[in-house]
Design a protein around this ligand. Structure first.
Ligand SMILES: Nc1ncnc2c1ncn2[C@@H]1O[C@H](COP(=O)(O)OP(=O)(O)OP(=O)(O)O)[C@@H](O)[C@H]1O
Ligand SMILES: [Mg+2]
Length: 393
């Protein structure tokens, strides 16, 4: 279907990246259609009406994953065969029509400009970039290691398309190795032959796992000084931020040394892995620590300080994507204004690139600063339907 791409229209309507979004049988939307030709889109609605669902769908276009859905079936409207996300995207050098079909089985289908793609997950990445900042992001500090790994991965997926393939092959090897470790009791395999079979998987785990660790380490080295500077400015130089990658092996940035250390750690933990029936060494068990003035933020920072860290990290994430991809990501602000005090709201608004396309959800328009409302398009959502649309308030 030919979708019109709008270009420069008026002084507060500049070129937008995401021109159009259509959702069919996605979460609580049987049919949603949004045309965006303003830099700011505000999505208003009571709780549980479908505001976050829209941002989540946009974020999937950039990261190929949802940070709140456990499986793809969660994304499909109950009892429907599949969900569809259609988008018209204007990148700096091309126009893309993306159609992503999500099936409850987990198998996805992707068409870009009507061409069916062979690897729907990996081929989706790198076309469109987004930074999602939500009130749940305090989990980055307070949550479990998997929350932090998911965040790391979702940013790196956008930056480096190879990383997604490496991650898939790593996860496959870990799953196979775990199945083997678990099955030893039933198969009665001798320790010697089990060790030989495990080594085959370990070689693959070492290969892809080392690549994952060094990509993550490089990313942390890149984002750290930027996040640190934002944190310095938010806290007026009273809170020094540090980020440390906590690796289950002694991580280092030399490829051969890393592979050697990885092998050594796996050999050492063979007995433990055998008795636990699962793989305990590798990037799937790694973590990230945020420190404030040398102390772990998870246990020492106040709620307000934790919010500042998340704000600094999110702004830094935006900068890193912009720098690496030479494209400003779309910003998705999910209910953050109710969480941030006035000074942090100001800090956010004054540290965003001028022409950034932003989608913002809220339950009450009064939560949003007047300055931000200028020139915004407003969608009102009620029970998965757009009930009102106002522009240029
Ligand atoms: N697969 C699905 N099929 C149908 N409905 C779903 C599905 N997944 C989620 N929902 C519904 O979507 C709604 C939640 O949408 P969403 O999280 O976008 O709400 P919200 O407007 O952001 O609310 P809040 O202000 O509380 O954050 C809930 O009513 C939930 O039951
Ligand atoms: Mg929500």
């Amino acid at each position: 279907m030919p979708w019109h791409i709008s270009t420069v229209v008026c002084h507060n309507r500049l070129i937008v990246q995401l021109n159009k979004l259509k959702l069919v049988n996605y979460r609580n939307y049987e049919n949603f259609e949004g045309n965006f030709d303003h830099l700011k889109t505000i999505i208003i609605g009571q709780n549980a009406q479908g505001k976050t669902n829209i941002l989540e769908a946009i974020n999937i276009l950039a990261t190929a994953q949802s940070d709140r859905a456990e499986k793809d079936s969660d994304l499909v409207l109950w009892n429907k065969e599949h969900a569809l996300i259609f988008a018209m995207i204007q990148t700096k050098d091309s126009e893309l029509e993306i159609a992503l079909q999500i099936n409850p089985s987990g198998r996805r289908k992707l068409k870009i400009n009507d061409v069916t793609k062979k690897a729907p997950q990996a081929d989706l990445l790198g076309n469109f970039f987004s930074v999602m900042f939500s009130c749940d992001d305090l989990y980055l500090i307070k949550g479990s290691p998997s929350n932090r790994r998911n965040w790391l991965d979702s940013v790196i997926f956008q930056l480096d398309s190879k990383y997604h393939r490496t991650m898939q092959s790593y996860q496959k090897s870990v799953t196979q190795k775990n199945a083997l470790l678990k099955s030893t009791r039933e198969t009665g395999l001798s320790k010697k032959s089990l060790k030989e079979q495990i080594e085959v998987w370990n070689d693959q785990i070492i290969n892809s796992g080392s690549e994952i660790i060094s990509t993550r380490l490089n990313f942390i080295e890149e984002i750290k000084p930027i996040a640190k500077e934002f944190q310095d400015n938010i806290s007026r130089y009273t809170e020094e931020l540090d980020l440390i990658y906590k690796c289950t092996i002694s991580a280092c940035n030399d490829k051969e040394a890393l592979q050697f250390l990885f092998k050594q750690s796996l050999e050492k933990s063979f007995e433990e892995e055998l008795s636990r029936g699962q793989s305990v060494i590798g990037p799937h068990r790694d973590d990230l620590t945020f420190l404030i003035n040398g102390k772990e933020a998870k246990s020492f920072a106040s709620q307000g300080q934790q919010r500042s860290i998340v704000l600094a990290v999110k702004l830094a994430e935006l900068k890193v994507i912009e720098k690496r991809k030479d494209e400003i990501p779309v910003l998705l602000l999910d209910d953050v204004f109710a969480e941030l005090d006035e000074s942090r709201q100001d800090f956010l608004l004054h540290n965003l690139p001028e022409n950034i396309q932003t989608f913002l959800t809220t339950t009450h328009i009064s939560n949003i600063q007047k300055e931000f409302l200028k020139g915004a398009q407003i969608l009102e959502i009620k029970n998965g339907k757009v009930t009102e649309m106002a522009k240029c308030v």
